[in-house]
Design a protein around this ligand. Structure first.
Ligand SMILES: Cc1cc2nc3c(=O)[nH]c(=O)nc-3n(C[C@H](O)[C@H](O)[C@H](O)COP(=O)(O)O)c2cc1C
Length: 199
């Protein structure tokens, strides 16, 4: 796909078909991740986990289910996304991965050397895969909510299911699959970002 079309088609998919992506598509996503810019080229500080086990994914939702005790809480945490996801407020146990057959978690080595760079690094990797998915006509969506909920409610933290190397923590993920609705170029729904020009 032409790159400007990829940018126009890039969007968060929140309804996936159950059909699994192919091995070749998965390899392309992982290749895109490996081509992402990473601070100080510390690629060894990043770890990817490909999960294609729906049961495991639902277990990772448990912290969020316990956190979203009321519709008010759902609105507070999920903000604008609630409006785009019918039923989200009412569902007691929503699938935070929206039925995606594959989720790629991006973990980072715990570190204090450059505080905050781990967040920038995992975002760089996830965004690279998000764009590569759009290029292949696959739907994808950043996944923050489930992991944040596990950090907020340690008693429901199932990070161990990801079998991470020692000293790594999962910070972000990307849900991927065939979108229920084909990706089409879309207008930005928000006001343009504010910009100042100097001079
Ligand atoms: C860091 C980050 C975390 C996000 N986490 C989630 C998430 O957990 N669940 C979700 O449905 N969308 C998540 N999103 C997607 C945003 O809600 C989405 O990008 C925004 O609403 C704009 O919509 P668009 O991507 O369709 O243009 C996340 C996006 C970013 C950049």
């Amino acid at each position: 796909m032409d790159f400007s079309k990829v940018l126009q088609c890039r969007q968060s998919t929140r309804h996936f078909l159950p059909e699994q992506i192919s091995r070749e598509q998965l390899e392309k996503l992982l290749d895109a991740a490996n081509r992402a810019p990473v601070g100080s080229a510390l690629y060894r500080d990043i770890h990817l986990t490909v999960v294609q086990d729906r049961q495991l994914l639902l277990q990772l939702c448990e912290a969020a289910w316990n956190r979203f005790s009321s519709a008010e809480k759902v609105r507070e945490v999920a903000g604008e996304v609630v409006k785009k996801t019918p039923g989200m407020e009412k569902e007691r146990k929503p699938d935070l991965f929206y039925g995606a057959p594959t989720v790629i978690f991006v973990s980072h080595r715990k570190q204090t050397l450059q505080p905050g760079i781990q967040w920038a690094n995992v975002t760089s990797v996830v965004n690279q895969m998000h764009l590569a998915a759009a290029d292949m006509g696959l739907g994808s969506c950043y996944m923050w909510g489930a992991l944040e909920s596990m950090r907020m409610l340690p008693e429901w933290d199932h990070t161990e299911l990801l079998q991470l190397p020692e000293d790594f923590e999962p910070l972000l993920g990307l849900a991927v699959g065939y979108p229920a609705e084909e990706l089409r170029p879309k207008e930005t729904a928000h006001d343009p970002l504010s910009v100042n020009f100097i001079p």
